[in-house]
Design a protein. Structure first.
Length: 355
């Protein structure tokens, strides 16, 4: 058997029954990273969550005497027991059914990292495979880092297209990122119950510029029209949140981009919703509107006021601020208005607005 010298094992080391799973501990979602037995992939396709997969695997492959032991060891509710500094590396031996009266000695191993909310599960013949699993884990992490990089490359490409099509300006992108981040910092400071993380702040701020990507499909003559839009033209414009949201579904997807995928979809689809339900496209009301969309919608409305457009003059910061507070740009929640006022009174914000 030919050996993979870069890792240091032969294909025989995997054995006939080798399975590698990766679990998201928060969502109880999982991926089958590898299975030597193709039948396992069939079980994966039939299950939506990790615990269901484990139950089906145990029922089909595990010797009756070991079923309870394996179930207690692998079910998600037990994975985070006996952690040391947020980590665990444990294994048990069990017997896998090979035939009516034949069994194979197997080992189940779990590697839990509560800080990353992930667990790696391996089911394999009894061999020392620690180095192999660690190498596979490193390869998986590299793959997910590459996927995340591809995600942000896609975001950068879309913002470049918006600039190229004169749907936005470079300064506008920078301002939107800055204003969104300042709003989120105030929310994090003034409303700790929102449990806003630093990672969420950075993600939403840098996703804010793509909120209007759906306008790529709107004729440029409508977007730059100086006079009042007809009802038909207005309906065309109102479609851009739906178009943009559908575009985000084509962004790269993996476990590490799951939160980014959700945020980009919510920002594109819901940034024109308003707190009293008078917005579009879904007429969401109150906290039905995702927080990220509420913030980006407010920031976008403010930036539109202080910017020169074919159909309007540029307003001063103070005038735009007063219009937002007076509700002239739509209904906004009280917490957001408080944070907006606090952020917008800072010298750096005013400097950005006047610039």
């Amino acid at each position: 058997m030919e050996q993979d010298k870069s890792i240091g094992y032969t294909n025989e080391d995997f054995g006939r029954f080798y399975v590698v799973l990766k679990l998201d501990l928060k969502k109880n979602s999982y991926e089958c990273i590898y299975s030597h037995d193709q039948e396992i992939y069939g079980i994966v396709r039939k299950t939506e969550d990790y615990d269901t997969f484990i139950q089906m695997y145990i029922e089909k492959f595990i010797h009756d005497a070991d079923k309870i032991k394996v179930r207690d060891f692998l079910l998600s509710e037990n994975l985070t027991e006996n952690l040391v500094d947020g980590y665990a590396e444990q294994d048990i031996v069990y017997h896998r059914l090979e035939g009516e009266n034949s069994y194979i000695k197997m080992k189940a191993k779990k590697y839990v990292d509560i800080k990353d909310n992930t667990a790696m599960i391996t089911l394999h013949n009894v061999k020392d495979t620690y180095n192999t699993i660690m190498e596979m884990k490193r390869e998986l992490q590299k793959k997910e880092r590459d996927m995340t990089r591809n995600y942000w490359n896609m975001v950068s490409l879309l913002t470049t297209i918006l600039d190229h099509n004169n749907l936005s300006e470079a300064d506008y992108q920078d301002n939107l990122i800055f204003f969104t981040k300042q709003m989120y910092l105030q929310l994090q400071k003034m409303y700790p119950e929102y449990e806003i993380t630093d990672e969420e702040i950075e993600a939403v701020a840098h996703l804010a510029p793509i909120h209007d990507i759906g306008k790529i499909r709107v004729p440029i003559e409508i977007l730059n029209k100086k006079g009042e839009l007809t009802e038909e033209e207005m309906e065309t414009v109102r479609q851009h949140p739906l178009v943009g949201a559908e575009m985000t579904k084509k962004f790269p997807k993996c476990l590490t981009t799951e939160k980014l995928n959700a945020l980009s979809y919510e920002i594109c689809r819901h940034h024109h919703e308003r707190y009293d339900g008078a917005g579009y496209p879904d007429g969401l009301q109150g906290e039905e509107i995702p927080l990220c969309a509420q913030v980006v919608g407010l920031v976008d409305a403010y930036d539109a006021l202080i910017s020169l457009r074919p159909y309007k003059r540029k307003l001063a910061h103070e005038e735009a601020l007063q219009m937002i507070l007076n509700g002239e740009c739509g209904s906004i929640s009280r917490p957001l208005l408080r944070c907006f006022l606090e952020a917008a009174m800072q010298n750096e914000w005013i400097k950005k607005a006047d610039g």
